[in-house]
Design a protein around this ligand. Structure first.
Ligand SMILES: [Zn+2]
Length: 76
């Protein structure tokens, strides 16, 4: 069971990963330093350190599905 508090929705646009807004600083349309192909490597078990470019908050992506990233800490 995935804890909803650790999830955040993402979008893929033109080969890039976006979030509609940052859960930490609330800036909108954040381009994440992560490629869509990395979603699969995370699903395969390779964790991904992600630094939000807007506020330099870093956290680890530990899983994902078609809509959500799952982090190692709560983002809500
Ligand atoms: Zn931010």
């Amino acid at each position: 069971m995935i804890p909803f508090s650790h999830t955040w929705p993402y979008d893929i646009l033109l080969g890039d990963l976006y979030v509609q807004y940052c859960p930490f600083c609330s800036k909108e349309n954040i381009l994440l330093p992560m490629k869509p192909k990395e979603l699969q490597t995370v699903r395969d078990g390779k964790k991904k350190l992600l630094v939000f470019p807007c506020c330099n908050t870093s956290l680890t992506v530990i899983d994902n599905d078609n809509d959500y990233l799952l982090f190692d800490q709560a983002v809500r």
